[in-house]
Design a protein around this ligand. Sequence first.
Ligand code: BMA
Length: 319
Amino acid sequence: MKTFPWEERPAGCTDVMWRSSKNPVIGRYHTKNSNSIFNSAVVPFGDGYAGVFRCDNKAVQMNIFVGFSKDGENWDIADEPIHFEPGNTPMIESEYKYDPRVTWIDDRYWITWCNGYNGPTIGIGYTFDFKTFHQCENAFLPFNRNGVLFPQKFNGRFAMMSRPSDNGHTPFGDIFLSYSPDMKYWGEHRCLMKVAPFTDSAWQCTKIGAGSVPFLTDEGWLMFYHGVINTCRGYRYSMGAAILDKENPEKVLYRTKPYLLAPATDYELTGDVPCVVFPCAAITEGDKVAVYYGAADTCVCMAFGRISEILEFVKNNSL
Ligand code: BMA
């Protein structure tokens, strides 16, 4: 039996979102060869959940691994990386894979990730069953990261957010939206969301990137994203949310001025890359949402919230 992972807001907590008391739900050495498991994606599947996990091994080679869970909290993750068969193109090179997202569209689960192809760009694959996987054309030229698909088509076309970047630790970055009729050729690239002015909302003033797959609410698409500020000791990654128009996702209706979650606990402040909260997935049940985020590039964590409260917060505290 599938159970939705959930905890009520802890007594005394006045924040709109709160952390799981079981964090980190997946520790860094959860699989045989892992150095770290973080920035990973989860979807409902069968009588439980399936996930695609970023595991860096002890040689710090980055790859993606399939996992299954009945309760969204206890995970069985493969020791070997996902093997891809050719999809809509002959097999293309992949020097590394990281930061996966998973989206159900029409008849299958689509996976997007940061694919190493002469630098980082957006890789795309699909699976029907999380057993056999197919790799498609890369969506874009290098350099790009944080490719996140919408779970439905708009006017018959797939829609994907992404963040054009550089070959390194990218000191800039806005979120773009692109369309494709076939998951192979992408175009009509539109700027969707830009970094915030330093004086208005500094936690998101250096770069931003799409996080979880957006889901529909009464107010429009709700999407969790990350925002970055460059500090004396490096980047600090926090989480905010945006509401996009239901019919036309190019319209950003509201977007958080204060963050929803920022590095504050030991497991977010300390790790391979300190001070990182990096959302990659959200699952819902009724008014409940559970967000999966990577903490400090080391482990997988969860945060909870009530969708109605988050919508109110985003609307009342919009940039
Ligand atoms: C980004 C990516 C993410 C990582 C983040 C913080 O550029 O590499 O995988 O979580 O930096 O280090």
